[in-house]
Design a protein around this ligand. Structure first.
Ligand code: FAD
Length: 489
């Protein structure tokens, strides 16, 4: 059997690509090394707790007023999703004396910023107009339409986020408050392009943020069931080891010595991994092939199952953002230290009462790293995990004055080694390649055609649009549309 498309990896990008191809009546096979789909969008059990690996925010899904890309694509595939719109509910502190809560809509946040610095609302109204225009310009670019009607896009294309916000006349402290979302992804405002920042803020402000009313794994399985019902094939426990050329076809080999033949291979994987491990490209060529991209940070995630209700414990906010300091530019420089003081907490029970059994709470603590602080694979990893978890719990308790330790019933610590094992992300990188400097989503879009190896495509967080479930999912649609319309080569 010769498949039209073989997809390696059943993460959000791979599944979405499969869904679009099946809808267009193609013969498609997905090969997944794990025994379940979803990649990072998965769930694991510990005692009576079911922890979701990711999806604490689904951006770009939207609501009835602003339909986001994810919803648009799901509608095209014929899939309905049960979601709940969630407010911005973040308790923000830094190690000095900044402390405030964003609660409600972005509009309310803007009012608070005005209280903080008079004149901010007028400048932010201008900002909102600009980000709308940039969103429309990028849509036009994706359709190869003219950009002459988008002067702000043209003006800001070479600006960093920091320079763009300064150009609007915003106060430094206000800029710091507007920069909190990207710190977690490892792109400080002076490295991030203004266009990528504007696109993210457009999603956040207009399309809002939702959660899916299902566990991660339930969502991933629903998508795959739909794919299979419509004729798509998926083989689990199929660890791809080689992709080779054979007489104009691609042959994909797995660890258990099986071979599959297809016309096109789509990888839901890091380019660096595919070139090095699956195509066995000489090392010196790898950088050129992946356009010398830089990997996003890796990190540690501590999943805690607590044996009291969140009300009893006093966990009232969905998110807790704690920074060493509020300035994204200097903050990044502290992130080489294993025990640094910038970290994030999520309490899924605040937006979903059924996130854990009655009278229990889940708290997820996450800290990212910019260097190879985890290099020592031979050290005592269990001791390290224990120390990291202890440190994060202590820091959380001290910063927010909330007791956690005495309520811990279950604990799981996920290190970069483990993340690498789950998804084959390089060095356990959490968010694909960083959107940074000239490697921004616009240049990726413009370079899309030049990056090609014939009949080898990439989807997912390591491909065109950057990190996140929404980007990974949309990339699967975008790339396969190009292929189906024969614009990919
Ligand atoms: C802790 C954490 C929390 C996050 N929270 C959010 C969030 O709230 N919101 C959000 O938008 N994003 C979040 N993200 C990011 C988001 O989860 C990812 O960007 C997205 O899920 C990536 O999807 P993907 O398709 O690129 O690939 P992946 O999920 O990496 O999937 C790749 C798939 O390929 C398979 N594979 C790898 N190698 C092989 C091989 N050789 N053969 C066969 N199969 C292979 C893997 O098993 C995996 O199933 C989070 C990430 C982390 C780590």
């Amino acid at each position: 059997m010769i498949y039209d498309y073989i997809i390696v990896g059943a993460g959000m990008g791979g599944i979405s690509a499969g869904l679009n191809l099946i809808k267009n009546k193609k013969k498609v096979l997905i090969l997944e090394k794990n025994s379940l789909p979803g990649g990072l969008v998965s769930t694991f059990k510990k005692g009576r707790f079911e922890f979701d690996t990711s999806i604490y925010d689904l951006y770009n899904y939207g609501n009835s007023e602003y339909i986001g890309d994810v919803q648009t694509v799901l509608n095209k595939y014929g899939i309905d999703l049960d979601t709940t719109l969630i407010p911005l509910n973040i308790n923000i502190k830094d190690a000095k004396n900044t402390s405030y809560i964003i609660d409600g809509d972005f509009e309310e946040f803007i009012v608070k910023l005005e209280e903080f610095k008079e004149g901010t609302i007028t400048k932010l109204k201008e900002f909102l107009k600009i980000i709308k225009e940039i969103h429309e310009a990028v849509r036009a670019l994706q359709k190869n339409e003219s950009l002459s009607n988008y002067p702000h896009f043209q003006k800001y294309i070479d600006y960093t986020a920091l320079d763009g916000l300064k150009d609007l006349g915003l106060d430094k402290e206000v800029i710091n408050r507007l920069g909190i979302w990207y710190l977690d992804l490892g792109s400080p405002l002076n490295k991030l392009s203004f266009i990528d920042y504007a696109l993210f803020m457009y999603k956040l402000i207009f399309k809002k943020d939702v959660i899916i009313n299902k566990k991660n794994i339930g969502f991933s399985l629903d998508l795959v069931n739909y794919y299979q019902k419509n004729g798509g094939k998926i083989y689990y426990n199929s660890y791809v080891t080689d992709i080779i050329e054979d007489d104009g076809f691609k042959v994909v080999k797995t660890k258990d010595n099986l071979e599959y033949k297809g016309r096109v291979v789509i990888c839901d994987l890091a380019k660096r991994y595919v070139f090095k491990e699956l195509i066995k490209t000489p090392n010196k060529m790898v950088n050129r092939l992946e356009n010398a991209r830089s990997l996003s940070p890796n990190g540690v995630v501590v999943y805690l199952g607590l044996n009291r209700s969140r009300e009893e414990i006093g966990l009232n906010n969905y998110k807790y953002y704690h920074f060493k300091n509020m300035d994204s530019v200097t903050n990044v420089s502290y992130m080489n230290d294993l025990y640094h003081d910038t970290w994030i907490g999520y309490v899924p029970n605040v937006v979903n009462e059924e996130a854990s059994p009655k009278n229990t709470t889940i708290l997820v603590l996450k800290r990212i790293y910019f260097s190879d602080v985890f290099d020592d694979k031979n050290g005592d990893i269990n001791k390290l995990k224990e120390n990291l978890a202890n440190d994060l719990v202590t820091k959380f308790e001290e910063a927010y004055n909330i007791d956690i330790r005495e309520y811990i019933e279950e604990i799981e610590v996920v290190t970069p080694f483990r993340l690498e094992k789950i998804t084959n992300s390089v060095n356990g990188s959490m968010f694909g390649y960083s959107l940074k400097g000239y490697d921004n989503s616009i240049n990726r879009l413009l370079a899309y055609k030049d990056e090609k190896i014939p009949n080898l495509e990439f989807v997912g967080a390591y491909s065109v649009f950057g990190p996140g479930i929404d980007n990974a999912f949309y990339s699967g649609y975008f790339v396969t549309e190009k292929l189906l319309n024969n614009k990919g080569d």
